[in-house]
Design a binder for this molecule. Structure first.
Ligand code: MG
Length: 308
C-alpha cells in the first residue's frame, strides 16, 4: 500500500514543474509537503530542504526547484496519516477585497450592511485586512462563539499568494509576482462589520480565516479567470461564479495595493467573494453550529470546514 502511494506520487511529479504544496501535521508538528494525485503527501521536510512554505517562497524560483528535487527522494505518507494545516502563515495580515464581483456588490448594498458605502460598484478596490490569528486550516472548525454578535457569514474566495515582493508593481508585470493560488473563506461577523465601520474586527475573530487545502503554483493553472468558484453550505450550492468575473482583476489588485504598500513574499490577497452570501438572503441566513461550509475552486481543490 505504502509502496503504491510512493510510485503514483512520484510519477505525477516527474518532468512537471507545477505542484500542490501543503503544510501538514503527522503527529510530529508542522511539516512541509507536496500533495500527490492520490492524496498521499510527500514529506519534503524529511529531506531538510525547507521547514516552511514561507521559506520556499522567500527563496524565489530556486526554492521551488530545490523543493521539487528533494520531493523525488522524500518519503510519502498515506492520507490517513496526516492532517492538513493552513498551507501558509504569511508575515503580514491577510489582505482582502470588498465588493469585487458585480452581483455581490449589489446584494451587499441591498443588505444595508456597509456603513461606509459610497457607491454600489467602487471606483477603486476596497482593501482591508484580517488578523493572522484568524487563520485555520482545512477541516478545522469555524467557531461561532468567537463572534459576540452571532452573525457569522461565509465568503468563498480565491487567495493569491505573492512570490517576489515589491513596491509599485505595474499591472503589466504583476503576474510575475504571483507564486500561486489557494482557497480562502473570508468568514465575517456581519454585525461587527457594520458596527465598527472599519472591517478589521468583523473579519478577524479567531477561526474566521480558513485557508487551503493547498497552494497551487501559478504555472499549474493556464487561465485562472476561467476557473469557477463554488461554495456550498450543508451541500446546498450558495455561490457559483467564474474568477474572471472579478471587477478588479489580479494584476489591478497587485498594482493598487503595491502602489502604497510593500508586498512581501508569502503575502495573501483574498480577492473578494461572489454573490450568494448569507446576508444576501431576506432575512439573512447566518452560519450555525453543525453547518459544514465547502469552498471549491477548479484546479486548486476544496476547502471544507465544519461550524461549531
Ligand atoms: Mg471577502
Amino acid at each position: 500500500m505504502q509502496q503504491s502511494h510512493m510510485q503514483q506520487s512520484r510519477i505525477t511529479h516527474e518532468g512537471n514543474r507545477s505542484v500542490k504544496l501543503v503544510t501538514f501535521d503527522d503527529g510530529n508538528g508542522s511539516r512541509l509537503g507536496v500533495l500527490g494525485s492520490d492524496a498521499g503527501v510527500v514529506d519534503v521536510s524529511a529531506t531538510g530542504v525547507a521547514k516552511t512554505l514561507l521559506e520556499v517562497i522567500e527563496a524565489g524560483a530556486s526554492g521551488l526547484v530545490a523543493l521539487q528535487e528533494a520531493a523525488v527522494a522524500a518519503p510519502v505518507l498515506a492520507p490517513d496519516r496526516v492532517r492538513l494545516l493552513a498551507p501558509l502563515r504569511p508575515r503580514n495580515n491577510i489582505m482582502a477585497v470588498g465588493r469585487n464581483y458585480q452581483a455581490h456588490a449589489k446584494e451587499f448594498s441591498a443588505s444595508g450592511f456597509d456603513a461606509s458605502e459610497k457607491k454600489v460598484i467602487p471606483d477603486h478596490p476596497i482593501i482591508f485586512t484580517k488578523a493572522l490569528s484568524s487563520i485555520i486550516g482545512p477541516d478545522e472548525a469555524i467557531n461561532t462563539a468567537m463572534d459576540p454578535s452571532s452573525t457569522a457569514d461565509y465568503e468563498g474566495e480565491l487567495g493569491v499568494v505573492i512570490g517576489a515582493g515589491g513596491h509599485r508593481i505595474d499591472a503589466d508585470t504583476a503576474m510575475n509576482h504571483v507564486f500561486g493560488y489557494t482557497v480562502v473563506n473570508d468568514v465575517t461577523a456581519r454585525a461587527l462589520q457594520a458596527r465598527h465601520v472599519q472591517f478589521f474586527i468583523g473579519k478577524s475573530p479567531a477561526t474566521f480565516c480558513p485557508m487551503g487545502p493547498c497552494i497551487v503554483t501559478a504555472d499549474e493553472i493556464d487561465d485562472i479567470g476561467s476557473a469557477r468558484l463554488r461554495t456550498t453550505v450543508n451541500g446546498e450550492l450558495r455561490q457559483d461564479a467564474a474568477i474572471g468575473d472579478l471587477i478588479f482583476d489580479i494584476p489591478t489588485l497587485v498594482e493598487s495595493i503595491s502602489a502604497a504598500v510593500l508586498l512581501e513574499p508569502g503575502d495573501v490577497i483574498a480577492t473578494g467573494t461572489p454573490a450568494g452570501v448569507g446576508i444576501g438572503f431576506d432575512p439573512p441566513v447566518y452560519l450555525q453550529p453543525g453547518d459544514v461550509v465547502e469552498v471549491s475552486i477548479d484546479g486548486i481543490g476544496t476547502l471544507r470546514n465544519p461550524v461549531i
